[in-house]
Design a protein around this ligand. Structure first.
Ligand code: CMC
Length: 430
């Protein structure tokens, strides 16, 4: 069986043999299909890239039908069980799990880069008192490019590694400062004796005590949530990171764009929408009525936290999160909205509407409940997503830079505007 696709152009009667590799044809192979010498050649039209692979990647694998998510070949469930965020970030960035000494060195390098320049702090002070923490976060990440002009050396491996360490280490500090600023509390310097997530909790929640002692269950829960969010192949924000990075701008500037994409309610904001939905439902006995509304399509109401473009079975991250929720609630007390969420899930999983459309809980269905129980306001949810996704963004950015096939990203269009027309002087326009 030949690995080719035969295409007959019925406009000309010509036949073409297009090679198939990895289940794909190359869009550029279509360019030879022309009706005549003046024809530009055939293109594909794929709004929102529903069926276009834009890169080769060895980082994350998703099988949406089977509910499988692998980082560099390792199942997400095993990483969530045995690993921690910094080790997972190392795996995502460098391709292999670190040895004990590599992990120690990596953890040390990250820990010693957690401090922010005092002028970054002053920059953050300039934000309005009630500024959204995600707005503060992404602007401040952009500012880092002015502090580290060496980041422009994107083809210098040493420089890339340096910026990688800085970014992984500093995003929690920026996130914590953004949170403290938005609630009018003084910034807390990092405590390098604490683990990555324990220190993050310290920078978020420390008050007047001399030494902050984070609850180990909550620090571990956050660590697992960070593992689950570290990468998710070519989603909207990662595609933004690759696109912007393809212009060869420094990684801080590219990361601002990725974080901005994550800020949008269709990407990083769905868990907030879940909380709003649960509040609106209000009590378990109103769940059937709500499900009825969703099914009728009335007012475009959707069951938030359900369904996924890629997963057509239970999102494997949602399964882990559900277990973590139980752990967190033993410390914080049960989030009163949990009962409503469980009932929604129970009914939806038995209902023909959701079964036939393959709609299952996604990562956002339970994560908001956990964050809320841990004391985070909803405005912090996208920031909490951006911290671990930084590892994925940088890994994908570097993979793009080193890929010989990649160039500056520049999609084509189908022009639908007017043909050429003559300029009309202002006094002659009607
Ligand atoms: N509730 C009710 N019906 C739904 C839902 C839902 N959450 N999601 C999809 N459907 C229906 C939709 O109405 C359509 O039905 P029909 O065929 O009768 O018209 C069918 O299922 C297919 O939906 P679609 O909109 O074509 O699917 P999509 O792949 O374009 O959308 C989605 C995926 C995630 C945007 C969508 O499922 C959704 O809006 N979910 C709720 C929001 C949400 O939880 N988003 C977080 C996604 S995970 C975050 C991440 O990984 O970054």
């Amino acid at each position: 069986m030949a690995d080719t696709l035969s295409v007959v152009d019925n406009r000309t009667g010509k036949k073409y043999e297009l090679p198939i590799q990895d289940g794909t044809i190359r869009a550029m192979d279509l360019r030879q299909i022309k009706t005549g010498p003046d024809d530009f050649g055939m293109m594909t039209y794929d709004p929102a890239f529903l069926n276009t692979a834009s890169c080769r990647s060895a980082i994350t694998y998703i099988d949406g039908d089977k509910g499988i998510l692998l980082y560099r070949g390792y199942p997400i469930e095993e990483l969530a069980e045995h690993s921690d965020y910094l080790e997972t970030a190392y795996l995502i960035l460098f391709g292999e799990l670190p040895t004990a000494s590599q992990l120690q060195a990596w953890t040390h390098e990250i820990t010693i880069h957690t401090m922010l320049h005092e002028n970054v702090k002053k920059f953050m002070d300039g934000f309005q008192y009630d500024a959204h923490p995600m707005g503060i976060f992404l602007s401040t990440v952009g500012v880092l490019s002015t502090f580290y002009p060496d980041a422009k050396q994107i083809f210098d491996k040493g420089s890339r590694l340096h910026q990688t360490r800085r970014l992984i280490a500093k995003v929690p500090s920026i996130a914590a400062y953004a949170f403290r600023h938005s609630i009018g509390r003084p910034y807390i310097y990092p405590d390098n004796e604490l683990s990555f997530t324990a220190n993050f909790l310290n920078m978020l929640f420390k008050m007047t005590e001399l030494k902050y002692q984070p609850n180990p269950v909550l620090a571990r829960a956050l660590d697992v949530l960070f593992i689950l969010h570290a990468d998710h192949e070519q989603n909207c924000s990662t595609s933004a990171m690759r696109n912007i990075g393809s212009s060869h701008v420094d990684p801080y500037s590219a990361l601002v764009g990725a974080a901005a994409a994550l800020y949008g309610p269709l990407h990083g904001g769905a868990n907030e929408a879940v909380l709003r939905m649960l509040k609106e439902i209000g009590s378990v006995d109103r769940v059937p009525e709500f499900i009825k509304r969703v099914k009728s399509g009335e007012g475009g109401v959707r069951l938030m936290g359900f369904g996924h473009r890629v997963y057509k079975s239970y999102d494997p991250r949602a399964k882990v999160i559900k277990r973590i929720a139980d752990l967190v609630f033993t410390v914080t007390g049960r989030n009163p909205l949990l009962q409503i969420a469980l009932e929604l899930e129970r009914i939806a999983l038995q209902d023909e509407y959701f079964i036939s459309r393959k709609l299952y809980p996604n990562v956002d269905f339970y994560s908001g409940l956990i964050y809320q129980a841990m004391g985070f306001p909803v405005e912090m949810f996208p920031v909490l997503f951006a911290i671990p996704r930084t590892a994925g963004w940088i890994a994908q950015w570097e993979e793009m830079l080193l890929d010989q096939e990649q160039k500056i990203a520049r999609p084509r269009q189908i022009y639908t505007g007017p043909k050429v027309r003559e300029y009309v002087p202002r006094d002659k326009r009607s």
